[in-house]
Design a protein around this ligand. Sequence first.
Ligand code: NAD
Length: 414
Amino acid sequence: MADHNNLVSSTQQITKEALNKLGFDEGMYELIKEPLRFLEVRIPIRMDDGTMQTFTGYRAQHNHAVGPTKGGIRFHPDVTKEEVKALSMWMTLKCGIANLPYGGGKGGIICDPRQMSNQELERLSRAYVRAISQFVGPSSDIPAPDVYTNPQIMSWMMDEYSMINRSNAFAFITGKPLALGGSLGRNRATALGAVITIEEATKRRNISINNSRVVIQGFGNAGSFIAKILHDMGAKIVAISESYGALYDSNGLDIDHLIELKEQHGRVTHLFDDVISNKDLLKLDCDILVPAALSNQITADNANDIKANIIAEAANGPTTQEATRILNERGILLIPDVLASAGGVTVSYFEWVQNNQGYYWSEEEVNTKLRHKMVDAFNNIYDLAHDRKIDMRLAAYVIGIKRTAEASRFRGWA
Ligand code: NAD
């Protein structure tokens, strides 16, 4: 819960600073600090045992000045209003950074999907769409998967929305399976986007990815895909970790074998005797450090011990603001979360474009278009940080909020 409050206040504080740098006044900050629209719904569901249970759901639409709002729906017991609001603002930043014609949105339902049957999840997903159906749609607000939601849940939601509107509305939601208009390349999009920003960063630092030493905290969806792509590019992944502990080998770990073990057992580090702690993992000597697990991992307490040349924040909020300042002073190149993880929403945008035009692209085409977006995004932010002598995070916020603020002003909203 503390993490959520931290996320809200730090996002608002950096956005305020970014708007100042852009020359906007307090009125613009007042407009942008909260979503324009926030919906709370109560959703009664019949459970498998015959009883009724009422769930609470949210949908936040941060700002639609530049286009429809866009963002995932998470199913989690810890979902809060504050978190959903802050994440919708984050989506505005990511869409601005990738130059997508969207504002940010986010949704969530307070529930524990691990304790629910498939039938209960289907009823909940459909009822949530019924509850918000008047406020969302392919040209107003387009949801996507997030924590504990997946292509099957997107399919039920798309089907429900289509039935209400009496036509197939593929463009209502992204992250769908291929058979229902999903996009090739969507699964790996976040990881590939992060890797493209790492490639650009290594060019600026005159490091070659081939033989570079990489440490990755987390070996889940984000971390394991990033490990695999970098490994295939010739990098030495010297350490990976899970909540149980970290595996370390200075000669490079066998990532293909670890991914096989993960597929068989769900996790990997518990299968090994020789593990190091997650605390020590962050201090390892390496070229590239990728936090891809939890928030608030790099703090004022350990920022001076980090030996990496480049940090790519694949996780949401892994570095505190104080630590960001220390890392910046130490000359470490930090690729901020809103940039490093913008690949997912970018390919979601491509999915929506393909649905709208009814013409589908090859995986190569998707990846090439993703590369263009991420390379431009990285270099715009890097150059701005360099020219204005500001840190990469503030530069990312300046670029991320610029178009929404300008469009809001032209529309006469602030
Ligand atoms: P996941 O649940 O698949 O994986 C999380 C990983 O972190 C697991 O390997 C877990 O063992 C590990 N972990 C948990 N506690 C840890 C600890 N104390 N120390 C070290 N490792 C620990 O989640 P994910 O989808 O890979 O997401 C990871 C981060 O990336 C989150 O912050 C998420 O918001 C962010 N992110 C993910 C995506 C995506 O497409 N998957 C997109 C954007 C941002």
